[in-house]
Design a protein around this ligand. Structure first.
Ligand SMILES: O=P(O)(O)OC[C@H]1O[C@H](OP(=O)(O)OP(=O)(O)O)[C@H](O)[C@@H]1O
Ligand SMILES: Nc1nc2[nH]cnc2c(=O)[nH]1
Ligand SMILES: [Mg+2]
Length: 161
């Protein structure tokens, strides 16, 4: 259970995706990218723009609560990417590493890249931009909205006030 939160703004996300692209450049050229939906879609779009890649495939992994031991299921396969040779897999983060493990099984020859890595997932990614503590929940721009915050001197004020 996360006890801290780390908020990522659109600007930070864009900067970090560009840094990831910079680190990926020497490993290319690449045939294309595989975005891990949904969190990897926007990072993959930014990386693809920087690397001038126009081929973007997707893989979708869902962990259903009802499934045996929360087993992850691939509900959309990355058929165009074959065994992953010449492709970059892009996700927003690795946490437990469960998603990355199943993606790597499908695409063993791909380079796996993500923006943020928690310690448990770190061994599953080839590249990442920043490490985040295991007890920290990352809030992406698409998870959040600007909210009224009352002045310190008026703590009891409500957002509707
Ligand atoms: O390392 P793990 O413990 O597997 O966690 C990391 C995954 O969890 C989130 O995806 P999620 O399955 O929540 O779906 P989403 O991308 O559609 O938000 C995130 O985007 C990663 O793909
Ligand atoms: N948004 C978000 N999704 C996650 N999925 C697994 N870990 C995380 C996290 O820290 N933030
Ligand atoms: Mg995801």
């Amino acid at each position: 259970m996360a006890t801290n939160y780390a908020t990522v703004t659109w600007d930070q996300l864009h900067r970090d995706a560009r840094l990831l692209a910079t680190d990926l450049m020497p490993r290319g050229p690449f045939k294309g990218l595989v975005a891990v939906t949904r969190g990897g879609l926007i990072p993959a779009a930014i990386v693809a723009r920087e690397l001038d890649c126009r081929l973007i495939e997707t893989i979708s992994v869902v962990t259903y609560d009802e499934e045996e031991k929360g087993k992850p299921v691939v509900i959309k396969a990355p058929d165009v990417a074959g065994d992953g040779e010449g492709f970059i897999v892009v996700d927003d983060l690795v946490d437990s590493g469960v998603t990355a493990r199943i993606v790597r099984e499908r695409l063993p020859k791909a380079v796996f890249a993500c923006l943020y890595a928690k310690p448990a997932g770190k061994p599953l990614t080839d590249l990442f931009v920043a490490e985040v503590p295991q007890d920290t929940w990352i809030l992406f721009p698409w998870d959040t909205a600007p909210l009224f915050v009352p002045p310190l001197a008026r703590k009891s004020e409500t957002p509707t006030g």
